[in-house]
Design a protein around this ligand. Structure first.
Ligand SMILES: Cc1cc2nc3c(=O)[nH]c(=O)nc-3n(C[C@H](O)[C@H](O)[C@H](O)COP(=O)(O)OP(=O)(O)OC[C@H]3O[C@@H](n4cnc5c(N)ncnc54)[C@H](O)[C@@H]3O)c2cc1C
Length: 386
């Protein structure tokens, strides 16, 4: 069957994990999706349940409480969340991004302090790069962290943080030397339990969005917030921009993997629908327009799958370059938006009704072309290599 494509990186262990994750999501997450979408965040307890089931920090070493896997394990999780149409659970940011900053640049003490609690779901994390005044141009961040005795004093504002309302560990992109551009950037971990209630740290409202309704997305504010100097990630100040550049390919591939799985899911539910629904005495699938369009979209889905699989294998081997990750991110998310839109059309008016999953997929897909570095920025990164 057209849906049965075995990715070359899948092995028996990953198949077992995939089945377990799919069952877990159907049991623990799917029944709560409506509630989470209405309240605008995933229940805090769900993180702990996911931690107990081994879904968090799957690619972090076991000695720090993680699953001891690699990027393929993160891929399985991202894909299964997409297949189950669960878009609000910010585990890509938590396990796929923040945990990896700590694992790659944290001291032994930092890793032991934070990673096991992230793996258990006791800590939920966020990354704060974007600011009201700058998103794409990361070198222009204005949030400062100036040294004062044993502390850094943080001032500034961040926005659009995934997990922003629930996070209690935030990796903040700051300028420790505001006179510099990229070379003045440092990553500093803010433990909200230590600063909340002290004055100076605050969260804005949970931002109302077009899609991804179950994901809390928030602004945060720093007004003379004191953070111990030992919360700096990396051996010295000024390494933040390089650290971001090293980790961003993984973030982009997580987005691409989600896009690829969303395309597959959209085609699956659409082909089921066009086999059932009738017009003019025929199934919608019997119109040649439907057949040709779906044949084209299935071909694109396969191209996306083969490309993303290749990138995933390269990333797991530490060989994925920045331009190729950028290609995967822009192309798959562009295709996701086009294909989900075209699939929705086959549902007619029902496609516009929120009780049909394709409607949610349409709303949720739009952000994919914007976050993680907009698709225009992805093309700049590729063009730089020409
Ligand atoms: C739901 C959601 C979740 C998010 N999660 C996070 C998160 O967890 N952490 C975080 O830090 N951020 C997060 N973001 C922010 C996101 O990464 C930024 O919105 C994105 O990087 C774009 O930045 P911007 O919004 O400031 O747009 P801008 O940088 O102002 O860009 C506006 C437009 O101009 C284009 N543009 C900019 N520069 C160029 C150029 N040089 N050439 C051509 N075109 C250009 C852009 O592509 C875009 O189309 C999230 C955003 C959303 C909506």
């Amino acid at each position: 069957m057209i849906d049965n494509y075995d990715s070359p990186w899948m092995d028996e262990e990953l198949h077992i994990m995939r089945d377990a994750v799919a069952k877990f999501l159907q049991k623990e997450f799917v029944p709560n999706m409506d509630k989470w979408e209405k309240q605008g965040f995933v229940d805090r307890d769900a993180w702990r349940v996911a931690g107990q089931a081994g879904l968090l920090c799957a690619s972090i070493p076991e000695e720090y409480g993680g699953g001891g896997g690699n990027f393929k394990h993160e891929m399985v999780l991202v894909e299964e969340l997409s297949y189950a149409n669960i878009t609000g659970f910010g585990n890509g940011v938590h396990s796929g991004i923040v945990a990896h900053y700590i694992n790659a640049y944290g001291s032994e003490e930092q890793k032991k302090k934070w990673l096991p609690r992230m793996a258990s779901g006791d800590i939920v994390s966020a990354i704060a790069m974007s600011e009201p005044g700058t998103g794409s141009d990361l070198q222009a961040v204005a949030t400062t962290a100036l040294a004062d005795g044993d502390n850094y004093v943080l001032n500034g504002q961040k926005t659009f943080l995934t997990n922003g309302m629930t996070a209690n560990l935030i990796c903040v992109v700051t300028k420790t030397d505001p006179s510099e551009g990229g070379k003045g950037i440092s990553l500093i971990i803010v433990e909200t339990e230590l600063v909340e209630g002290e004055g100076g740290f605050s969260r804005g409202r949970n931002l109302e969005k077009l899609g991804m309704k179950a994901q809390d997305t928030a602004e945060i504010f720093f007004d003379d917030v004191r953070v111990p100097k030992e919360n700096l990630l990396g051996p010295s100040e000024g390494k933040g921009f390089v650290q971001l550049m090293q980790q961003l390919p993984q973030e982009r591939l997580i987005i691409a993997a989600g896009a690829c799985a969303a395309i597959e899911k959209a085609l699956k539910i659409t082909s089921e629908y066009v086999k059932e629904r009738k017009a003019f005495g025929k199934r919608i699938l019997d119109f040649q327009n439907t057949q040709f369009r779906l044949a084209e979209r299935y071909t694109e889905a396969r191209l996306a799958r083969v490309f993303v699989d290749d990138c995933a294998m390269k990333l797991a081997d530490g060989k994925l370059d920045e331009a190729t990750a950028a290609m995967a991110k822009w192309w798959t998310t562009q295709k996701q938006c086009e294909i989900v839109d075209e699939c929705l059309q086959f549902f007619g008016g029902y496609g516009f009704m929120m009780e049909y999953p394709i409607a949610k997929m349409y709303a949720d897909s739009r952000i994919q072309k914007i976050y993680g570095g907009s698709n225009e920025i992805m093309k700049l990164l590729i063009a730089r290599e020409i």
